[in-house]
Design a protein around this ligand. Sequence first.
Ligand code: BG6
Length: 472
Amino acid sequence: MHDSLLLFGATGDLAQRYLFPSLLHLLRDRLLPDGFRVVAIGRTEHDDDGFRAWLRERIADGDARNGALDDLLGRIHYHPLNLNDIDGMAATLSRYADRPAVSYLSTPPNLFESACLGLKAAGLLEPPSRLVLEKPIGHDLPSAREIDATLKSALDESRIFRIDHYLGKAPVQNLLALRFGNTLLEAVWDNRCIESVDILVAETAGVDGREGYYADYGALRDMVQNHMLQLLALVAMEPPAALDADSIRDEKRKVLRALRPMTAADAAADSIRGRYGAGVVEGSAVKGFTADSAVETFVGLRAWIDNWRWAGVPFRLATGKRLPSRTTEVLVNFKPVTHWVFDRPDSKHATPNRLRMRLQPEETIELGLMGSLAAPEWGATELMPMSLDMAMLPPKRRIAYERLMIDALKGDQTLFVRDDEVEAQWRWIDSISAAWAQAGTAVQEYPAGSWGPAAATAFLPRTVHGPAGRRG
Ligand code: BG6
């Protein structure tokens, strides 16, 4: 395991909220090597002690009592650096080339290329050193390719770790366990038995503090290009022959490449865009999001996977900010039984089976089945929907980044996104941006605290808008 971590963007929001707290937990649980050190790099001027004091204020919690926080702070050295100054970076950082390192770029993507060149000049990308990158990688396929070409000029794919933090979430990994650890599900996992799939990532949070970034990216690029497509790929991929990084990533790539590009003619039926206005979320009044660009904070899509397994099965994807609740779930909606033998064939009594995998806020798996309560007051064939519930209790709830940091230090790429996956993701996303531009797809305002624009029900799961809602 490598024991030297260079963290770029050390004063940024992600580092404060997740990366340093993850390191703190890993140290507390003695999961990091003895000589572990962190070289923190940010834009703000601090010396080592100044940075340590600044960080202590932000991440101190109950863990401080067991000394893990002091331990972490004692391992950190801080350097203020301008990442566009490649020579300056090389001069400051070359002293850390004494051991193999993991350099983690938690910076905007426009700094990836110069940071990579600076690291190369400092001797910090020589094998077996590694590079970790946060999303988004580029803004579209051409910009992603340009970044990739620079990365590849400094190191090869086997040492590049692209983060999608959803892959570090335990329930997301559980999707694989559920699909490939059970005979029961895989046997019905295709268009013969499945009518549709819903993937919902709803947030109550707004874009606050990230208005500039959001005005450029919008929900399509911020959420769908990465997290939602990774969820889709895990739900839809073929069983891999083995569980190694490339076997899994080969299968994910095949699904991503089978996504049917959107055309302007499909845009109206297969997509919707919204942006939240003022409203009330969880009892508090909130302001709307205004941007000069036509950018969305809500997106609903109907995706089609053109392959043998999924032909004709719509995958409805919906994500938005300032929605009524924080919910991430995948719903697999099965087809109705082919011949209903019971005496009351109305829809109330014939609820199709549904597998609901809820990833956030709590982790649960629920299988909706039809059953009968054979009590005397019920006719023996009177059916009702029932559910089998499986509440997951992980031994310890971990931040997704804890797992990803450990894997990057160990060199395991399974939960990181490969170059060809990123390309396939962008290719599909670019088709949607182009379709929207050509069709003039409007961004419709929705009140904060609602489930998006009125017509969004066609893209939302039935669990959100009720059995009477429209289905696509
Ligand atoms: C990030 C997006 O990648 O994921 C954010 O940039 C979003 O806009 C966040 O809020 C959601 O992650 P999580 O783990 O809170 O579901």
